[in-house]
Design a protein around this ligand. Sequence first.
Ligand code: CLF
Ligand code: SF4
Length: 289
Amino acid sequence: MASTCSGRNNIQGHPCFGGNRHKNGRIHLAVAPRCNIQCGYCTRRHDCVNESRPGVTSRIQTPQEALETVRAVMKNDLSDIIKVVGIAGPGDPLANEETFETFRLVGEEFPQLIKCLSTNGLLLPESLDSLAELGLGSLTVTINAIDPVIAGRIYKHVLYQGKRYSGREGGELIISRQFAGVERAVELGLTVKVNSVLIPGVNEQQIGLIAERIKKSGAFVMNVMPLIPQADFAHIVPPSPEELELVCTANEKIIGQFRHCRQCRADAIGLIGQDSQGADSGCSISQLA
Ligand code: CLF
Ligand code: SF4
Protein backbone atom coordinates (compact mmCIF):
# COMPACT_ATOMS: atom_id res chain seq x y z
CA MET A 1 0.00 0.00 0.00
CA ALA A 2 1.39 3.39 -0.88
CA SER A 3 2.19 5.62 2.02
CA THR A 4 0.07 8.65 2.70
CA CYS A 5 2.93 10.26 4.55
CA SER A 6 2.89 14.01 4.20
CA GLY A 7 4.93 16.76 5.77
CA ARG A 8 8.49 16.45 6.94
CA ASN A 9 9.47 13.66 9.32
CA ASN A 10 10.93 14.79 12.61
CA ILE A 11 14.65 14.14 12.62
CA GLN A 12 15.55 16.73 15.22
CA GLY A 13 18.94 16.06 16.79
CA HIS A 14 20.23 13.85 13.97
CA PRO A 15 24.03 14.27 14.14
CA CYS A 16 24.52 14.02 10.34
CA PHE A 17 21.73 16.51 9.60
CA GLY A 18 22.74 19.47 11.72
CA GLY A 19 21.97 18.05 15.20
CA ASN A 20 24.43 18.25 18.07
CA ARG A 21 27.08 15.66 17.17
CA HIS A 22 28.80 16.04 20.55
CA LYS A 23 25.67 14.84 22.36
CA ASN A 24 23.77 12.74 19.85
CA GLY A 25 25.03 9.50 18.36
CA ARG A 26 23.89 6.72 16.11
CA ILE A 27 24.01 2.97 15.86
CA HIS A 28 24.71 1.35 12.52
CA LEU A 29 23.38 -2.12 11.84
CA ALA A 30 25.46 -4.04 9.31
CA VAL A 31 22.68 -6.18 7.88
CA ALA A 32 23.18 -5.42 4.16
CA PRO A 33 26.11 -7.26 2.54
CA ARG A 34 25.00 -7.32 -1.11
CA CYS A 35 25.41 -4.53 -3.63
CA ASN A 36 23.93 -3.98 -7.09
CA ILE A 37 26.63 -1.76 -8.57
CA GLN A 38 30.41 -1.64 -8.51
CA CYS A 39 31.98 1.69 -7.71
CA GLY A 40 35.58 2.08 -8.81
CA TYR A 41 36.64 3.02 -5.29
CA CYS A 42 34.90 0.28 -3.35
CA THR A 43 36.36 -2.60 -1.41
CA ARG A 44 34.01 -4.17 1.11
CA ARG A 45 35.28 -6.14 4.07
CA HIS A 46 33.17 -8.11 6.49
CA ASP A 47 35.67 -9.20 9.08
CA CYS A 48 37.56 -6.05 9.75
CA VAL A 49 38.03 -4.61 13.22
CA ASN A 50 40.88 -2.23 12.69
CA GLU A 51 40.00 -0.31 9.58
CA SER A 52 37.98 2.85 9.88
CA ARG A 53 36.17 3.59 6.65
CA PRO A 54 32.87 2.96 4.96
CA GLY A 55 32.24 -0.55 3.72
CA VAL A 56 33.90 -2.37 6.57
CA THR A 57 32.25 -4.21 9.40
CA SER A 58 33.33 -6.78 11.96
CA ARG A 59 30.56 -9.04 10.76
CA ILE A 60 27.18 -9.15 9.10
CA GLN A 61 24.17 -9.51 11.39
CA THR A 62 20.76 -10.99 10.78
CA PRO A 63 17.78 -8.69 11.49
CA GLN A 64 17.16 -10.52 14.77
CA GLU A 65 20.80 -10.17 15.80
CA ALA A 66 20.68 -6.51 14.88
CA LEU A 67 17.62 -6.05 17.11
CA GLU A 68 19.52 -7.71 19.94
CA THR A 69 22.43 -5.32 19.37
CA VAL A 70 20.06 -2.37 19.67
CA ARG A 71 18.53 -3.85 22.84
CA ALA A 72 21.98 -4.28 24.38
CA VAL A 73 23.08 -0.75 23.48
CA MET A 74 19.85 0.80 24.75
CA LYS A 75 20.39 -0.94 28.11
CA ASN A 76 23.87 0.46 28.65
CA ASP A 77 25.52 3.85 29.11
CA LEU A 78 25.08 4.75 25.45
CA SER A 79 21.30 4.73 25.67
CA ASP A 80 21.20 8.46 26.42
CA ILE A 81 23.16 9.42 23.33
CA ILE A 82 21.81 7.07 20.68
CA LYS A 83 19.17 8.97 18.71
CA VAL A 84 19.48 7.34 15.29
CA VAL A 85 19.47 3.80 13.97
CA GLY A 86 21.12 3.71 10.56
CA ILE A 87 21.57 1.06 7.89
CA ALA A 88 24.35 1.90 5.50
CA GLY A 89 25.95 -1.26 4.33
CA PRO A 90 28.43 -2.71 3.96
CA GLY A 91 26.66 -3.15 0.59
CA ASP A 92 23.60 -1.26 -0.64
CA PRO A 93 20.80 -1.47 1.94
CA LEU A 94 18.08 -1.48 -0.71
CA ALA A 95 19.59 -4.57 -2.37
CA ASN A 96 19.00 -6.50 0.86
CA GLU A 97 15.54 -7.50 2.12
CA GLU A 98 17.06 -7.69 5.60
CA THR A 99 17.15 -3.89 5.70
CA PHE A 100 13.36 -3.64 5.68
CA GLU A 101 12.92 -6.43 8.23
CA THR A 102 15.47 -4.83 10.53
CA PHE A 103 13.75 -1.43 10.45
CA ARG A 104 10.44 -3.17 11.15
CA LEU A 105 11.78 -5.08 14.15
CA VAL A 106 13.72 -2.15 15.62
CA GLY A 107 10.90 0.33 14.93
CA GLU A 108 8.37 -1.79 16.84
CA GLU A 109 10.50 -1.85 19.96
CA PHE A 110 12.30 1.50 19.74
CA PRO A 111 9.96 3.90 17.95
CA GLN A 112 11.82 6.87 19.44
CA LEU A 113 14.94 6.18 17.34
CA ILE A 114 15.18 8.07 14.04
CA LYS A 115 15.49 5.58 11.17
CA CYS A 116 18.21 6.53 8.71
CA LEU A 117 19.31 4.87 5.48
CA SER A 118 22.11 5.42 3.03
CA THR A 119 21.96 4.13 -0.53
CA ASN A 120 23.44 4.39 -3.99
CA GLY A 121 19.89 5.17 -5.13
CA LEU A 122 19.51 2.53 -7.85
CA LEU A 123 16.47 0.91 -6.20
CA LEU A 124 15.20 4.01 -4.49
CA PRO A 125 12.10 4.86 -6.58
CA GLU A 126 10.49 1.46 -6.04
CA SER A 127 11.56 1.23 -2.39
CA LEU A 128 10.31 4.55 -1.10
CA ASP A 129 6.72 3.66 -0.33
CA SER A 130 7.87 0.75 1.84
CA LEU A 131 10.49 2.91 3.53
CA ALA A 132 7.97 5.65 4.26
CA GLU A 133 5.58 3.10 5.74
CA LEU A 134 8.35 1.83 7.97
CA GLY A 135 8.78 5.40 9.22
CA LEU A 136 12.14 6.21 7.66
CA GLY A 137 13.13 9.71 8.79
CA SER A 138 16.33 10.56 6.96
CA LEU A 139 17.79 9.39 3.72
CA THR A 140 21.24 9.72 2.19
CA VAL A 141 21.81 9.14 -1.51
CA THR A 142 25.36 9.05 -2.84
CA ILE A 143 25.51 10.88 -6.17
CA ASN A 144 28.92 11.27 -7.77
CA ALA A 145 28.10 12.70 -11.21
CA ILE A 146 25.34 14.15 -13.33
CA ASP A 147 27.17 13.51 -16.61
CA PRO A 148 26.50 9.89 -17.63
CA VAL A 149 29.91 9.51 -19.27
CA ILE A 150 31.67 10.48 -16.06
CA ALA A 151 29.30 8.29 -14.05
CA GLY A 152 30.28 5.46 -16.41
CA ARG A 153 33.89 5.92 -15.33
CA ILE A 154 32.96 5.81 -11.65
CA TYR A 155 30.51 2.88 -11.75
CA LYS A 156 32.10 -0.15 -13.40
CA HIS A 157 28.73 -1.77 -13.75
CA VAL A 158 25.13 -1.39 -12.68
CA LEU A 159 22.95 -4.47 -12.21
CA TYR A 160 19.28 -3.73 -12.66
CA GLN A 161 16.41 -6.18 -13.17
CA GLY A 162 18.77 -8.98 -14.12
CA LYS A 163 20.72 -6.96 -16.71
CA ARG A 164 24.22 -5.56 -16.45
CA TYR A 165 24.86 -2.04 -17.72
CA SER A 166 28.18 -0.24 -18.00
CA GLY A 167 29.75 2.89 -19.45
CA ARG A 168 27.42 5.70 -20.47
CA GLU A 169 24.38 3.40 -20.40
CA GLY A 170 25.01 2.38 -16.80
CA GLY A 171 25.70 6.01 -15.89
CA GLU A 172 22.44 7.21 -17.43
CA LEU A 173 20.48 4.51 -15.64
CA ILE A 174 21.81 5.17 -12.17
CA ILE A 175 21.64 8.96 -12.44
CA SER A 176 18.02 8.87 -13.56
CA ARG A 177 17.11 6.53 -10.69
CA GLN A 178 18.98 8.63 -8.13
CA PHE A 179 17.21 11.88 -9.03
CA ALA A 180 13.79 10.25 -9.41
CA GLY A 181 14.39 8.80 -5.93
CA VAL A 182 15.48 12.07 -4.34
CA GLU A 183 12.46 13.93 -5.74
CA ARG A 184 9.99 11.27 -4.61
CA ALA A 185 11.61 11.07 -1.16
CA VAL A 186 11.21 14.82 -0.72
CA GLU A 187 7.54 14.55 -1.77
CA LEU A 188 7.05 11.85 0.89
CA GLY A 189 8.42 14.16 3.59
CA LEU A 190 11.82 12.54 4.08
CA THR A 191 14.82 14.71 4.87
CA VAL A 192 17.41 14.01 2.21
CA LYS A 193 21.19 14.37 2.28
CA VAL A 194 23.31 13.81 -0.80
CA ASN A 195 26.83 12.49 -0.36
CA SER A 196 29.32 12.97 -3.16
CA VAL A 197 32.76 11.38 -3.25
CA LEU A 198 35.28 13.90 -4.59
CA ILE A 199 37.56 11.97 -6.96
CA PRO A 200 40.35 14.21 -8.28
CA GLY A 201 40.78 13.98 -12.02
CA VAL A 202 37.42 12.27 -12.42
CA ASN A 203 34.49 14.26 -11.01
CA GLU A 204 35.66 17.52 -9.42
CA GLN A 205 33.87 19.55 -12.09
CA GLN A 206 30.68 17.68 -11.33
CA ILE A 207 30.40 18.57 -7.64
CA GLY A 208 28.99 22.10 -8.09
CA LEU A 209 26.58 20.84 -10.75
CA ILE A 210 25.36 18.12 -8.41
CA ALA A 211 24.84 20.77 -5.71
CA GLU A 212 22.67 22.86 -8.06
CA ARG A 213 20.59 19.94 -9.19
CA ILE A 214 19.95 18.49 -5.73
CA LYS A 215 18.98 21.92 -4.44
CA LYS A 216 16.33 22.07 -7.18
CA SER A 217 15.23 18.56 -6.27
CA GLY A 218 14.57 19.58 -2.65
CA ALA A 219 17.50 17.95 -0.83
CA PHE A 220 18.27 19.38 2.60
CA VAL A 221 22.05 19.18 2.79
CA MET A 222 25.13 17.93 0.90
CA ASN A 223 28.18 16.08 2.19
CA VAL A 224 31.29 16.08 0.01
CA MET A 225 33.60 13.28 1.10
CA PRO A 226 37.22 12.84 0.04
CA LEU A 227 38.06 9.73 -1.98
CA ILE A 228 39.59 6.93 0.04
CA PRO A 229 41.91 5.54 -2.67
CA GLN A 230 41.20 1.85 -3.09
CA ALA A 231 40.40 -0.71 -5.76
CA ASP A 232 40.51 0.80 -9.30
CA PHE A 233 41.08 4.27 -7.87
CA ALA A 234 43.92 3.23 -5.58
CA HIS A 235 46.38 5.28 -7.63
CA ILE A 236 44.47 8.56 -7.29
CA VAL A 237 45.79 11.07 -4.79
CA PRO A 238 42.84 12.05 -2.58
CA PRO A 239 41.92 15.71 -2.14
CA SER A 240 43.67 17.52 0.70
CA PRO A 241 41.58 19.01 3.54
CA GLU A 242 42.25 22.44 2.01
CA GLU A 243 40.99 21.37 -1.42
CA LEU A 244 37.92 19.85 0.16
CA GLU A 245 37.28 23.02 2.12
CA LEU A 246 37.43 25.11 -1.07
CA VAL A 247 34.83 22.87 -2.70
CA CYS A 248 32.55 23.03 0.35
CA THR A 249 32.85 26.79 0.57
CA ALA A 250 31.87 27.16 -3.09
CA ASN A 251 28.97 24.73 -2.68
CA GLU A 252 27.69 26.46 0.41
CA LYS A 253 26.38 29.27 -1.76
CA ILE A 254 24.10 26.70 -3.36
CA ILE A 255 23.10 24.27 -0.59
CA GLY A 256 24.09 23.71 3.06
CA GLN A 257 27.17 21.55 3.56
CA PHE A 258 27.67 18.89 6.24
CA ARG A 259 31.32 19.22 7.22
CA HIS A 260 31.69 16.73 10.05
CA CYS A 261 31.50 13.44 8.22
CA ARG A 262 33.94 10.81 9.48
CA GLN A 263 33.27 8.28 6.73
CA CYS A 264 32.01 5.80 9.25
CA ARG A 265 32.05 2.03 9.30
CA ALA A 266 28.97 -0.10 8.69
CA ASP A 267 28.89 -1.16 12.34
CA ALA A 268 29.64 2.10 14.12
CA ILE A 269 28.04 2.76 17.49
CA GLY A 270 28.22 5.99 19.44
CA LEU A 271 29.13 9.58 18.72
CA ILE A 272 30.49 10.32 15.24
CA GLY A 273 34.25 9.81 15.37
CA GLN A 274 34.22 8.22 18.84
CA ASP A 275 32.68 4.85 18.21
CA SER A 276 32.78 1.92 20.54
CA GLN A 277 32.43 -0.76 17.87
CA GLY A 278 34.77 -1.99 15.18
CA ALA A 279 37.53 0.55 14.75
CA ASP A 280 37.09 4.23 15.31
CA SER A 281 34.26 5.57 13.30
CA GLY A 282 31.38 4.23 11.49
CA CYS A 283 28.88 4.77 8.66
CA SER A 284 28.97 2.50 5.73
CA ILE A 285 28.01 1.98 2.25
CA SER A 286 31.39 1.76 1.16
CA GLN A 287 31.49 5.40 0.39
CA LEU A 288 27.83 6.01 0.62
CA ALA A 289 26.56 7.18 3.88
FE1 CLF B 1 24.68 6.71 9.64
FE2 CLF B 1 24.90 7.95 7.42
FE3 CLF B 1 22.61 7.95 8.73
FE4 CLF B 1 24.67 9.34 9.65
S1 CLF B 1 26.58 8.26 9.16
S2 CLF B 1 23.54 6.20 7.84
S3 CLF B 1 23.57 9.70 7.73
S4 CLF B 1 23.36 7.94 10.81
FE5 CLF B 1 27.20 10.57 9.01
FE6 CLF B 1 28.98 8.66 9.13
FE7 CLF B 1 29.32 10.65 7.45
FE8 CLF B 1 27.47 8.88 7.06
S5 CLF B 1 29.30 10.75 9.68
S6 CLF B 1 29.63 8.52 7.02
S7 CLF B 1 27.26 11.09 6.87
FE1 SF4 C 1 28.12 -0.70 -3.62
FE2 SF4 C 1 28.56 1.28 -1.91
FE3 SF4 C 1 30.57 -0.23 -2.72
FE4 SF4 C 1 29.45 1.48 -4.41
S1 SF4 C 1 30.56 2.04 -2.56
S2 SF4 C 1 30.00 -0.67 -4.85
S3 SF4 C 1 27.32 1.38 -3.76
S4 SF4 C 1 28.81 -0.92 -1.50
